[in-house]
Design a protein around this ligand. Sequence first.
Ligand code: ITT
Length: 205
Amino acid sequence: GKLVIATHNPGKLAEMKELLAPYGIEAVSAGELGLDEPEETGNDFRSNAAIKAIAAARATGFPSFADDSGIVVDALDGAPGIYSARWAGPTKDFNAAMAQIERLLQERGATTPDKRRAHFVSALCVAWPDDHLEEVEARVDGTLAWPPRGTAGFGYDPMFLPDGHSRTFGEMESIEKHGLPPHGLGLSHRARAFVKLAEICLEPR
Ligand code: ITT
């Protein structure tokens, strides 16, 4: 059947399409459909994912899949968290957003890896037109590198060094960031959440 991917973020959309590829689902994005972006008024990742998925399902009459995600920095009391996109401003300048994180870390004397802990969170929600919902959430832990490394991925990827790896997400091919075979199963927050969602409501074919 048809599925709407309720995102306007091209980096996310590319990853969601790759994760959905083995399921033979025909997906079309909210951006391609020209859907309005609902205001993300929730206080957590889960509620913002639900807001986006429900809005797209109601607008289109098709099941709709949304991700709300962000980077949570321990030394910054969890910032930017659900405000990760907003920290990049209207011009979506993630180099500036990463530099801002680094400036705040330096101010707090966070120079050693143990003081530079962070994790990405992804909340995924599928909403059906009858308002049925499935929701999952997952995270990946790591440390923040400086200067940023690599040009792959999007957002804060060049700064994020996942535990157990020597390269940042910005230095990984998407298949390795996802943790798809032969690299294991589920590395990124989004891939891990997707694995949980697939167990609930997707059948490979
Ligand atoms: P949509 O709401 O249209 O999906 P958005 O970019 O506004 O797009 P979010 O509100 O969920 O989405 O913001 C998430 C931000 O967190 C995103 O813009 C990135 O900067 C960051 N982020 C999330 N996942 C990431 C990843 O895998 N790698 C790097 N940065 C990520």
